[in-house]
Ligand binder design. Structure first.
Ligand code: FAD
Length: 290
């Protein structure tokens, strides 16, 4: 067990991003904090802001490309904020709870609406910010309210105030999601489990090498991965990063990749797509800089 440098906020030093980001690239974070609860999180962020210290709130790290080298700020991981409360057809989940755990609880309580999100490796906070989704599911469809820290105050927003779009939202840059309330529908647990099984079956072909899921945002009327496949990108490499052989929209770490390999690959793809198709691709993943 690594020695804590601050007990109150569970802060440890010098942590490898390979353990924090699902693509397992990147250098190290000078500090990593695991606040114990909402109150400690608010205190920590208020302190860091008032002292002009750099920080980054990380969920499960499944959509974040970390910098190579040293990040000289505090990475705040919300794993300890993981309370989930089921109340009739409503579920309130704290930001650090995993979406799949919340789905498990919804199913066990015969509550429908989240099951098609099964297999998305998001935290509730990251899922809300990214409005994650798959098939017919999108986080914002079942979300009712979001609790967040904004400008030093804890507030609640109705989902209509969050500007949800395809894998986007309009939260402010330094908003911190504390949790979300979902409104679900009562349904037979057996049927929900069947739907979940079907979704997990479809996800079986997902690349199993470390990745961040789809790298680029979908474009109106265009399936980006299909286009990249037709352009021959599958298997294309830069250093240890490679366009997945199974899914051309996903970059995998196949051999001790650095984040700079991933970024180089992204730029090559974007340039070729711009030159040959006159299409500007945008990253869906979040790129954390030093
Ligand atoms: C194998 C695999 C499969 C995937 N499949 C899908 C899929 O089917 N559909 C899909 O939509 N996505 C998918 N993804 C991408 C990813 O899981 C989603 O984008 C998810 O929403 C990211 O959640 P996270 O907690 O990991 O976010 P992180 O990567 O930790 O963070 C993402 C962004 O949210 C911010 N953030 C996180 N938590 C908070 C918070 N509490 N407050 C404020 N900001 C916060 C971070 O600062 C960052 O900007 C997949 C990824 C992988 C690796």
């Amino acid at each position: 067990m690594r020695k804590k440098i601050c007990d109150k906020f569970n802060i440890i030093k010098n942590v490898s991003f390979k353990t924090l980001s699902s693509i397992k690239t990147g250098g190290r974070a000078r500090y990593l904090a695991f606040p114990n609860n909402e109150e400690d999180l608010v205190t920590l962020i208020t302190y860091l802001k008032s002292h002009h210290k750099k920080y980054y709130v990380l969920g499960n790290g499944t959509n974040t490309l970390a910098p190579d080298g040293m990040y000289r700020g505090v990475i705040i991981k919300l794993t300890e904020l993981n309370t989930v409360i089921v109340n009739e057809n409503k579920i309130y989940a704290e930001a650090g709870a995993s979406l799949n755990r919340v789905i498990g609880l919804a199913l066990a309580n015969g509550l429908a609406g989240l099951e098609e999100g099964s297999g998305i490796p998001a935290s509730i906070g990251g899922g809300i910010i990214m409005n994650c989704g798959a098939y017919n599911f999108e986080m914002s469809k079942v979300l009712n309210k979001v609790r967040l820290l904004r400008d030093g105050r804890v507030i609640e927003l109705d989902k209509s105030e969050c500007g949800f779009g395809y894998r986007t939202s309009t939260f402010k840059e330094d908003d911190v999601i504390l949790g979300g309330e979902f409104i679900l529908k009562k349904e037979d647990e057996e049927k929900l489990r069947e739907r979940q099984k079907a979704v997990l079956e479809k996800r079986k072909n997902f690349p199993c090498l470390p990745s961040l899921g789809s790298v680029f945002k979908r474009k109106e009327g265009l399936i980006v991965s299909k286009m990249l496949d037709e352009m021959g990108f599958k298997g294309f490499c830069c250093g240890g990063a490679k366009v997945s052989e199974q899914h051309a929209g996903i970059i995998v770490n196949y051999q001790d990749a650095k984040s700079k390999d991933v970024l180089k690959l992204i730029n090559i793809i974007k340039n070729r797509v711009k030159n040959e198709k006159n299409i500007i691709l945008e990253e869906e993943i979040k790129i954390l800089s030093k």
